[in-house]
Design a protein around this ligand. Structure first.
Ligand code: ADP
Ligand code: MG
Length: 567
């Protein structure tokens, strides 16, 4: 028997509740927070004891249960498959499913014309015919301590999307006249959820764009270093995520880590790999700590994975762009260096020519003077010194001329191994005298090159002499030759004093020397540079202070081809 009493709530109160729900949806809180607030409102408003929402959502289905007395208890559960069509379902579940799918005839008792079901005595089985198969069924609702139930299907675009369930421990709690209003509230709830979703999507998109825009803005500053850029991105990333206050971000790149402020490791993470120049270089990661949820909602949105992928891509582009920029800078530096050497070379050549004649006179007249009879011993000694000094000066002039490439190269077909063997022949005894072990590792199948053997010999001697001078206490000197597909290499390696970065930067500058006057002219390596460049080759230097030095001279093979073709 139904007890009919006048509705306790007025239409205006239902309207006010609807407005509150819509306003909440507009605040842009998380789904869990939204469900929590809505449940509280609905329970307070209806005065019932519990509220259950079963809902099919965009990403998954969920089950939500809320109680606020004696204390607030909320329960959220995600369903992988449809929660409303399980195979081993109880009567109750089957009833919910059929109800949520609109399978009951609303003309039957306990149903409203919108398909909601309500009862004030849940212990009593409900019997009716299912619309689906016309079979009469009896359902035991097993509502436990709850005596009154009100189940309202959530309908969107004519499709059932879930069920809103009010439960009360009091029998006959719901009033027939109020149910239509509750159905109205359910509709508002559904509208609010869709609205929230649309708004959330928009908000996420805005955050995402703001984040990408900010990244491109910081990379525009030419003075910003890569480290600063990556640090900035790590700080920026949490803001683009759903829960910025508790999100942490890190970028791991080539072994360096960049962390957002107050970074903490988390249990939930989203990652995107950074690929640059075809190699994996690290990853971008955003993390949450589980403790911050307490509810098992999916912490990341699908869009957030795309955002992170986008950021990883940006990072890759930044690295690749910076590398290209650096390569360009390096090339420009090399050009500038070559330019400077050429200018100095021209100058040096001019000076050398000017000096050649007076030097020849000094030497000649000193030698002539020595032939005078009855010279005092001291004068004879002094003349010897003049001869020695002018010979040294002539040597400097000769090197200057080679450096300035004023002595034309006489290129022929030549074998590097041959040049090395001939050259080392004169240096072997000097090495053993200075306690230096000379090792040779000559490639057995070294192709010929087109080169000036005298000049390549000069290169070898300049390098070997430097190495010998770098090992005053003895050591090991290794000379190698190697064949490659398009060049041959001459490698001179020592276990000597090595060079500081500061020295290494200046070794090709003419007259740069760290040796005392008389021992070093500072022209050995500039000459090497001039010869190698005129042969179309290149020089690599590796050196470590206290450990030793390694010079590798690469001479191209292509010229052999050219010469052969031209003849
Ligand atoms: P010089 O030998 O007359 O000083 P170079 O042009 O041959 O002039 O070399 C310039 C400088 O480079 C040297 O003074 C020395 O400081 C450094 N250097 C060259 N080769 C070596 C080496 N094998 N080990 C250490 N330092 C070297
Ligand atoms: Mg030298």
């Amino acid at each position: 028997m139904k007890i009919v009493s006048p509705p306790r709530k007025l239409l205006t109160e239902f309207c006010a509740l609807s407005m509150k729900i819509l306003r909440l949806a507009n605040r842009g809180v998380s789904r869990i927070e939204f469900l929590r607030e809505v449940s509280k409102m609905l329970i307070h408003f209806s005065g019932c004891d519990a509220l259950v929402i079963r809902k099919k959502d965009r990403d998954y289905n969920y089950y939500w249960e809320a109680k606020i007395q004696p204390q607030e208890v909320f329960h959220f559960k995600k369903h992988e498959d449809t929660p409303l069509s399980s195979t081993c379902e109880s009567d109750m579940e089957r009833f919910y499913r059929e109800l949520s799918q609109g399978h009951f005839d609303p003309r039957l008792p306990f149903f409203t014309k919108h398909g909601s079901f309500w009862t004030g005595n849940a212990d009593q089985p409900v019997t009716f015919t299912s619309k689906k198969d016309e079979k009469k069924r009896s359902y035991r609702l097993k509502a436990g301590e709850y005596k009154s139930l009100l189940l309202i299907p959530l309908v969107v675009d004519g499709k059932n999307q879930g069920l809103l369930e009010y439960k009360s421990k009091k029998p006959h709690f719901f009033h027939e006249q109020e149910i239509e209003f509750y159905e109205g509230v359910a509709q508002t709830f559904e509208a609010a959820v869709s609205d929230r979703r649309a708004q959330a999507a928009l908000r996420e998109r805005v955050k995402e764009l703001a984040c990408l825009y900010e990244i491109s803005r910081i990379t525009q500053h030419p003075s910003t270093s890569l480290e600063e850029i990556f640090q900035h991105i790590a700080e920026l990333l949490p803001r683009a995520f759903q829960y910025p206050e508790i999100a942490a971000a890190s970028i791991l790149l080539d072994g360096h880590t960049y962390l957002s402020p107050g970074f903490r490791k988390g249990n939930y993470n989203l990652k995107a790999e950074i690929f640059a120049n075809g190699k994996s270089r690290g990853f971008v990661e955003v993390l949450y700590q589980a403790g911050n949820f307490g509810l098992e909602e999916e912490p990341f949105l699908k869009e957030e994975q795309s955002l992170l992928d986008g950021v990883a891509k940006q990072v890759s582009l930044i690295i690749e762009g910076k590398k290209a920029e650096e390569d360009k800078q390096k090339l420009q530096n090399q050009l500038r260096h070559a330019d400077r050497l050429a200018t100095i070379g021209e100058l040096a050549a001019g000076v050398a020519h000017e000096l050649n004649e007076p030097l020849g006179n000094i030497l000649g007249f000193a030698q002539l003077a020595k032939k005078s009879p009855d010279l005092p011993k001291q004068t004879e000694k002094d003349l010897d010194k003049i001869v020695g000094a002018s010979l040294h000066a002539r040597e400097v002039v000769k090197k200057l001329l080679i450096f300035a490439r004023q002595m034309p190269a006489q290129k022929t077909r030549a074998n590097l191994n041959q040049i090395v063997n001939d050259g080392l022949y004169f240096l072997e005894s000097r090495c053993s005298k200075e306690g230096i072990e000379l090792r040779r590792h000559l490639s057995t199948d070294l192709p010929d090159i087109i080169a000036d053997p005298a000049q390549i010999n000069q290169v070898l001697i300049n390098l070997v002499v430097n190495s010998i001078q770098a090992m005053p206490e003895g050591g090991i000197l290794t000379v190698r030759t190697r064949a490659y597909s398009n060049h041959v290499s001459l490698i001179v390696e020592d276990t000597g004093v090595g060079m500081s970065e500061e020295v290494k930067k200046q070794i090709f500058i003419p007259f740069f020397t760290t040796k005392e006057i008389g021992r070093g002219t500072g022209l050995g390596l500039p000459v090497v540079h001039g010869i190698v460049t005129s042969h179309g080759g290149s020089i690599q230097v590796d050196s470590e202070k206290g450990r030793g030095t390694r010079f590798e001279i690469e001479l191209p093979l292509t010229e052999v081809q050219d010469v052969v073709e031209n003849h």
